[in-house]
Design a protein around this ligand. Structure first.
Ligand SMILES: CC(=O)N[C@H]1[C@@H](OP(=O)(O)OP(=O)(O)OC[C@H]2O[C@@H](n3ccc(=O)[nH]c3=O)[C@H](O)[C@@H]2O)O[C@H](CO)[C@@H](O)[C@@H]1O
Ligand SMILES: C=C(OP(=O)(O)O)C(=O)O
Length: 441
């Protein structure tokens, strides 16, 4: 193997088999902006398929998932173009009711995108969802919503077809509870189906994640009323919608990643474009218990570690609980905390691909059942590792920043799916971090 160093600038500047090289031991210090939320944007890209007028999603993150979704939309006949942090979407004149099987297999919102096409065209063919492969991505509640909306759903598990009778989707009631809590994705799927049904639909046990509430705000801008009460979520559909510009909210998971990276190095960072109100209660409580201090200052959110980091025993859960998407980074942070920590994963039972990677740095980490146990503080040493999914890669990056010596982390494809410029932001905070293109010798 040979390697060429490239600037850390935007991570898009180098190939997908590039590696990140980081020399740890430097407390992160400084100020960086937070990108638009990957997970909110993914749902807005699907919702934009419902618009009858052009839509601009301002602050869309510059990530691979944005590119893949823009190509999925364009392939349906709905031109979508990403430029300068904005995704511009022009309504289809003739909608092709297919989610491209290859592209659809690369993002996890495939069924949500399909629901929007079904709502508009009365039929759709789509593949099983993609996204991180740390566990099976079940979609039975999505299919239940499609059936409740009047579609006949058939398929072999790889390619699914949903077809409504003449007249298209109809108002419905669906329950989106799963054994793991409310399904975020199925809540949005049901909302998008209901948005085009002629009447009011009811979604019981809905998720209340910002992905849902931001999609509801966007639908309201299109002219579709979404109301919550103790029974569920009511959507009053319409066969005619508007468009306009909508701002993608800040990425609370990128914010959490930067906070944990700073805390693991004993640093202090200011994050522009986000306040503590954007962080779920479960995350705020966990960071507070671990000894991370967060303050809203006029210019942004400031994170620091006034004393020693402390062990915590926590569980992930549906919003406003501790987000599953922060558990790997939290495990990396806890390698620097005093005592025995436990992070129980209750949304995806075996989301623990980061545990083995963290051990390569000399961390005392092991997974038992659904729980990742961490004992600290550990004096980490540099390692050469590969992350297998988005947040696993960032957990390994955090470990590298806290370790003695120079580490290499592979898994750039996963990093780029979710982070537009994380290595550049870490470098701006003082980290010794570079990206190296790796070529076969
Ligand atoms: C509630 C929750 O924390 N959702 C997370 C989930 O959203 P995402 O929308 O991808 O997944 P869901 O919320 O639908 O899934 C939550 C759980 O329910 C199961 N399930 C889901 C749909 C279904 O029809 N049947 C079923 O059994 C899933 O397998 C999973 O164990 O992953 C995203 C990426 O990590 C996170 O950003 C979300 O915060
Ligand atoms: C798992 C995640 O995303 P995806 O489902 O898109 O892989 C994530 O955002 O942490």
């Amino acid at each position: 193997m040979t390697s060429n160093s490239t600037p850390t600038g935007n991570t898009h500047g180098s190939g997908l088999n590039a590696v990140v090289k980081a020399t740890g031991g430097i407390p992160l210090n400084g100020r960086v902006p937070v990108q638009g939320s990957k997970n909110i944007a993914l749902h807005l890209y699907a919702a934009a398929l419902l618009a009858d007028a052009p839509v601009v999603l301002a602050g869309a993150p510059d990530i691979l998932d944005t590119d893949v979704c823009a190509r999925i939309l364009t392939a349906t006949g709905t031109p979508a173009r990403f430029w300068g942090g904005r995704l511009s979407i022009t309504p289809a004149t003739a909608l092709t009711p297919v989610i491209d099987p290859l592209l659809g297999g690369r993002v996890r919102t495939t069924a949500v995108l399909a629901a929007a096409v079904l709502a508009r065209a009365g039929q759709v063919t789509f593949p099983a969802p993609g996204g991180d492969a740390f566990c099976q991505r079940r979609i039975d509640r999505h299919l239940a919503a499609m059936r409740a909306a009047g579609a006949e759903v058939t398929g072999d598990g790889h390619l699914i077809r949903a077809v409504c009778a003449r007249g298209g989707v109809r108002p419905f009631h669906v329950d989106v509870a799963t054994p793991y809590g409310p399904s975020l994705g199925a809540t949005v799927t049901a909302m998008l189906l209901a948005a085009r049904a002629n009447g009011t639909s009811l979604i019981t046990n809905p998720s209340i994640e910002p992905e849902v509430t931001e999609t509801a705000r966007f639908l309201a801008q299109l002219g579709i009323t979404v109301a919550f009460d103790g029974t569920g979520l009511y959507v009053a559909g319409s066969d005619r919608t508007g468009g306009g510009t909508f701002a993608v909210a800040a990425d609370r998971i990128e914010a959490a990643t930067l906070i944990m990276a700073a805390a693991a190095t004993g640093g202090r960072v200011q994050l522009d474009g986000v306040t503590t109100s954007a962080l779920p209660e479960g995350l705020l409580q966990t960071l507070g218990a671990a000894g991370v201090h967060l303050a809203d200052e006029p210019s942004g959110l400031v994170a620091s570690v006034p004393g020693d980091l402390q062990a915590v025993r926590v569980a992930t859960g549906p919003h406003p609980g501790l987000p599953t998407d922060t558990a790997p980074q939290l495990a990396a942070l806890l390698t620097q905390a005093r005592g025995g920590s436990a992070v129980d994963e209750r949304v995806y039972p075996r989301r623990d691909t980061h545990a083995a990677g963290l051990r390569r740095f000399g961390a005392d980490v092991h997974a038992t059942g659904t729980t990742v146990h961490v004992r600290g503080p550990a004096s980490l040493r540099a390692a050469h590792v590969e992350g297998g999914d988005i947040r696993a890669v960032t957990a390994l990056l955090i470990a590298a920043l806290a370790a003695h010596g120079t580490s290499t982390i592979a898994g750039m494809y996963h990093l780029r799916r979710g982070y537009g410029s994380l290595p550049a932001k870490l470098a701006a905070l003082g980290a010794d971090i570079t990206i190296h293109d790796v070529e076969a010798a």
